[in-house]
Design a protein around this ligand. Structure first.
Ligand SMILES: [Zn+2]
Length: 59
């Protein structure tokens, strides 16, 4: 995952910054508690593709 990419991508819901979870290969929005998948190295920034996180995950 390219960290420069992380600086330009934003959550499609709240337009906030995403954090990279390298264990799950997901991009986490802590505000919406959503995890966006990364497929073949490409972040899938679609709300309907995102996984909802429990409130205590993704910190
Ligand atoms: Zn968000």
């Amino acid at each position: 995952m390219d960290h420069r990419l992380l600086e330009i991508i934003a959550c499609p819901v709240c337009h906030g910054k995403l954090s990279y979870n390298k264990d799950n290969l997901e991009l986490i929005c802590k505000i919406d508690h959503l995890a966006y998948p990364i497929r073949d190295g490409i972040p899938v920034l679609l709300q309907n593709e995102a996984r909802e996180l429990p409130m205590d995950e993704g910190k």
